[in-house]
Design a protein around this ligand. Structure first.
Ligand SMILES: [Zn+2]
Length: 316
């Protein structure tokens, strides 16, 4: 075959490939080729912050950000605590729809106590995967809430559901602003601040406390909200031990409360230097209970002024 005929053939093949790619790309947009989404409209009280906290199970968002959520809510900001799975295997005695219903009710009661909103997605506990369908689901949740701030697990954690919440949150960072991605849900015109909630895992890198919030004034409510999630803490969750008598159940409640107080106190002590940096020497040293968060580098990166506006708890 001559060189010119060979070039012609290559040209035709490349042209057909481009045309095919164009057709496939068009049909990949939620079944509506060429449909671009519309930007989300800010609600009427647009000055109030909108926050989504993702946890893998009904209790994770409450444990890691329930206090900060209550502080935001007390100032009129809108906080939604989202459980990405329905928690339907997190108990030693019951499972399935019966447990899912119970845990949803517990999450709703916790939000009532904290002043937040509750949402539980219907994905089986222990089966969360970082799929395209779930990336779209998480993107839609962030867009529907029109979030300024999104919080979730880090992608390295002992529990696979926690890990994949972290991955899915990262995957939705930026995509929430892309008009042709999930065009049926109005897209965000600015990328939210994405934050990881605190954990103690060291590999491949330990948690870095970029924001530490004093929760002393809401610690009692946070602890009550958690102790009342009895299926998990008083009844021992997936691994038990399940209390054998009512007396044992009653004995456990103050123990669980004490455990959560100690956990929040340990966060304050571990990140004392950051508390002093954010609250000043005097107040920073006095803080007893705290929650901590790390910036995810795929979202918005706030300066100190913006940080003060979004975490309106630090002294000016
Ligand atoms: Zn969990």
């Amino acid at each position: 075959m001559g060189t010119s005929r060979c070039r012609l053939l290559v040209g035709v093949v490349v042209g057909m490939a481009i045309a095919w790619a164009w057709v496939v790309a068009g049909s990949a947009v939620a079944g509506e080729p060429g449909k671009v989404g519309v930007p989300a409209k800010r609600p009427a009280d647009g000055k109030k912050l909108r926050i989504v906290v993702f946890g893998a199970h009904p209790d994770d968002a409450e444990i890691r950000a329930g206090g900060t959520g209550a502080l935001w809510a007390a100032q009129g900001h809108h906080v939604q605590l989202v459980s990405v799975t329905n928690g339907d295997i997190g108990h030693s005695q019951i499972f399935g729809p019966e447990l899912a219903r119970r845990r949803k009710a517990e999450a709703q009661a916790a939000s009532k106590c904290l002043g937040t909103h509750s949402r539980v997605l219907d994905i089986h506990d222990g089966e969360l995967e970082p799929t395209l369908a779930n990336r779209k689901e998480i993107t839609r949740v962030v867009r529907e809430w029109q979030a300024d701030i999104v919080i979730g697990h880090r992608p390295n954690d002992y529990h696979p559901d926690h890990r994949y919440v972290g991955v899915l949150m990262q995957d939705s960072a930026y995509m929430v602003t892309v008009p042709f991605f999930c065009p049926e849900t109005p897209y965000l015109t600015s990328n939210p601040l994405f934050l990881y909630s605190e954990d103690g895992f060291q590999r491949p890198n330990p948690f870095r406390p970029d924001v530490v919030v004093a929760i002393d004034e809401v610690i009692d409510r946070k602890v009550k909200a958690l102790v009342d999630m009895e299926s998990q803490f008083v009844e021992g969750g997936a691994n038990g031990p399940f209390p054998k008598t009512e007396a044992e159940r009653a004995r456990r409640r103050p123990q669980v409360a004490e455990g959560f107080r100690n956990r929040c106190a340990a966060v304050a002590n571990r990140y004392r230097a950051k508390l002093i940096e954010l609250y000043g020497e005097e107040r920073g040293k006095q803080v007893r209970y705290a929650e901590a968060f790390e910036f995810c580098e795929y979202g918005r990166r706030p300066g100190r002024e913006e940080l003060n506006r979004w975490f309106p708890f630090f002294p000016k």
